[in-house]
Ligand binder design. Structure first.
Ligand code: PGA
Length: 247
């Protein structure tokens, strides 16, 4: 079975009520066979999900707490995201790992919380520039995969995003050969844990400075099943060609 590619947009801390016009343009313009997911800030999830109902655009959160409810001021549970209309949630983004000290164990618990609420977990991994310079890219990615992806992961409940930290928001990307090396490694690592058949089903996204100009060549790399896109997902005019490249 060929894997359906995914074009996922991570809006990070961007977007106000008026941004619904970008979602409308995306819904109107998205063509082709790729799955499309937009992860707006939490304040917009309910409005976006209502707008995107019965469209081909799915809505996701950018993080969730591991618990279903409780005394955690400022946090949101996966159940709350689902209740607001989300179907996906990003967990373990490098900005969460860096800004909030999230460990692999914390990310794993968040992925399990996502499943508990019926959400697809988009689990992020990726090396820093110093790790790459030290020749430890595969070591870091392997440790994060093992630590952050729970044993219950399936192709249906989990998407994995490889996002080199040094490529996020910088305009720099690894070479296609470097992307291929990491994605091939991730597929093989998943196969050693989950079996070849199961591992073949997982969608492995690349993220970090994906643009309309480089999306097609990146998505054509073997074992790259689409992208997780930050800056270039904010405007439908930028994101639509990326959606097309994933189709
Ligand atoms: P970028 O961000 O596309 O702006 O580099 C990607 C991400 O952090 O998911």
């Amino acid at each position: 079975m060929p894997r359906v590619k995914i074009a996922a947009g991570n809006w990070k801390m961007n977007g106000l009520a008026g941004s619904v016009s970008e979602l409308d343009a995306l819904i109107a313009g998205a063509a082709g066979g790729a799955e499309v997911v937009i992860c707006p800030p939490a304040t917009l999830i309910a409005a976006f999900a209502a707008r995107a109902r019965d469209s081909r655009v799915a809505i996701g959160g950018q993080d969730c707490h591991a618990a279903a409810s409780g005394a955690h001021t400022g946090d949101l549970s996966a159940e709350m995201l689902a209740d607001a209309g989300a179907s996906h949630v990003i967990v373990g983004h490098s900005e969460r790992r860096a800004d909030h000290g999230e460990s692999d164990a914390a990310v794993r618990a968040k992925a399990e919380a996502a499943w508990r609420a019926g959400l697809v977990a988009i689990i992020c991994v990726g090396e820093t520039e110093s790790s790459r310079d030290a020749g430890d890219t595969l070591g870091v990615v392997g440790r994060q995969l093992r630590g952050s992806v729970p044993g219950g992961a399936t192709a249906a409940n989990t998407v994995i995003a490889y996002e080199p930290v040094w490529a996020i928001g910088t305009g720099r990307t690894p070479t296609l050969a470097e992307i291929a090396e990491v994605h091939d490694f991730m597929r093989a690592d998943l196969a050693s844990r989950f079996g070849t058949g199961a591992a073949d089903g997982f969608r492995l996204l690349y993220g970090g400075s994906v643009k309309p100009t480089n999306a097609a060549e990146i998505f054509a790399v073997g074992n790259v099943d689409g992208g997780l896109v930050g800056g270039a997902s904010l405007k439908a005019g930028d994101f639509l060609p990326i959606v097309a490249a994933a189709s």
